[in-house]
Ligand binder design. Structure first.
Ligand code: HEC
Length: 188
């Protein structure tokens, strides 16, 4: 009893039924969204209620314009699909993904932000101070990284895949050194 319907995204028609089919096979190869730190509402394995939620609107941190997700990097991973609906990074607290996120950070970000995100040309990313307060939430952090900010902070769109951005974000969250009550992304 499978339901087929068309979801429109940036003009491209995505057949959700096809996604379901690929998801079923692909999910074994992909790092699983196993975090329950957010209460488990949308990220627990087996709970796929997030699939019914429409995609959130992501906007450039500086421009405020909707982000163009057509980055020619292929089909969204399961984690990216989930993230675009919930605004919560399903990779947070996933030890294996966090480790990989650090590898990505080391090549793509540490030259400007320092090896441990302590700050260099760009600001520190491990504390609770954000130039752009929206970065205290995963949605805002993704918007800044994908779409860029001012000056040297160019968009990582097309440079990293959206899944790699989620991975790098999970590492950034893992080195958070601020007070727990300011860890807004962990809240509902
Ligand atoms: C070429 C240098 C450079 C690279 C590479 C770079 N950044 Fe930045 N980043 C900056 C600068 C400079 C700023 C400050 C920009 C501003 O204030 O608008 C910044 C700002 C940011 C902010 C906003 C911080 C805040 O306080 O709100 C985040 C988040 C961020 N960078 C994450 C990353 C991540 C993750 C990567 C790697 C994928 C990365 N950056 C790569 C230079 C860089």
């Amino acid at each position: 009893m499978s339901k087929t319907y068309i979801r429109r995204q940036n003009g491209a028609a995505v057949i959700v039924a096809a996604f379901m089919a690929t998801f079923m096979t692909a999910c074994h190869a992909e790092p699983q969204a196993a975090s329950v730190a957010d209460g488990g509402a949308a990220s627990a394995v087996g709970d796929e209620s997030w699939k019914a939620i429409p995609d959130l609107v992501f906007r450039g941190t500086i421009s405020g314009e909707p982000l163009d997700f057509n980055d020619k990097k292929g089909e969204d991973s399961a984690a990216v699909k989930q993230f675009k609906k919930t605004g919560k990074n399903p990779y947070n607290d996933n030890v294996d993904v966090v480790k990989n996120g650090y590898t990505i950070f080391s090549t793509a970000c540490s030259g400007c932000h320092g090896h441990l995100a302590e700050g260099k040309l760009g600001p520190a990313l491990h504390d609770d101070y954000w130039t752009y307060p929206g970065n205290a939430l995963d949605k805002g952090l993704f918007e800044t990284i994908y779409g860029g900010a001012q000056g040297m902070m160019g968009p990582q769109r097309g440079h990293l895949t959206q899944d790699e951005i989620l991975q790098v974000m999970s590492w950034v969250r893992s080195v958070y050194s601020g007070p727990p009550e300011k860890a807004k992304w962990k809240k509902k």
